[in-house]
Design a protein around this ligand. Sequence first.
Ligand code: FMN
Length: 239
Amino acid sequence: MTLTLATAPASKTAAQLNAGIAYHVCMDLNTVDHLLSTTRSVRKRLDLTRPVPDAVIDECIQIAIQAPSASNSQRWHFVVVTDAKQRAAVAGCYQRSFTLYATPPAGQPEPDRSDPRVAQALRVRDSAQYLSDHMHEVPVLIIPCIEGRVENAGQMAQAATYGSILPATWSLMLALRARGLGSAWTTLHLRYEREVCDILGIPGTVTQVALLPVAYYLGDDFKPATRLPLDERIHRNTW
Ligand SMILES: Cc1cc2nc3c(=O)[nH]c(=O)nc-3n(C[C@H](O)[C@H](O)[C@H](O)COP(=O)(O)O)c2cc1C
């Protein structure tokens, strides 16, 4: 990729202009930064009625596999589920797991609704419940997988294995978002990973890492989310 120095690129973001940072720019940073900061977990805004062409999914996966993998091993696989019966079976596993996840242990105190974090959590819970209820209606379910199992492996092998599929999974969500498709990173179906293997014929030697429900999204755009302050999260030179 050729980098060119643009002294006053039209694509500089407001944050960069404020910081007075000189960038070597070869692409429209406004668009790139917008994509990176507004790729949300889409649940209630999935269009459950609009078909998704196979070619769009293939194109996004083609882009996703530009991601890095340990020793360039490329052990990734993407199981794209569009058949209604298969989707319903996978969604059933997800829904059973969600029910366990969403059932609070007995004797839990009522959450303090004046706490803004609680309000955010309640919104996510509501949205997650919606996704669970409608998972079987989502037109495409994608399960990113990687060859190998790491239950008994050390930290380095675990990091190399997950690190060789999770970047591609996020790239896939970004590529989908750029084409008007929403998704949400989910993992709850993994409580029943073996059952999902049986439903989809995934070999037992392969690890599933996520389940992405994919559909065109409703509405125009998404907003950046509120995150914890950066200065609490960056450690310069020492922790
Ligand atoms: C590893 C991981 C597992 C997740 N599992 C689920 C899940 O099973 N179901 C779900 O609805 N959302 C799941 N999420 C989505 C998070 O709830 C979401 O990323 C978080 O609330 C922040 O929202 P945002 O993605 O819109 O910024 C998961 C996210 C990650 C990174």
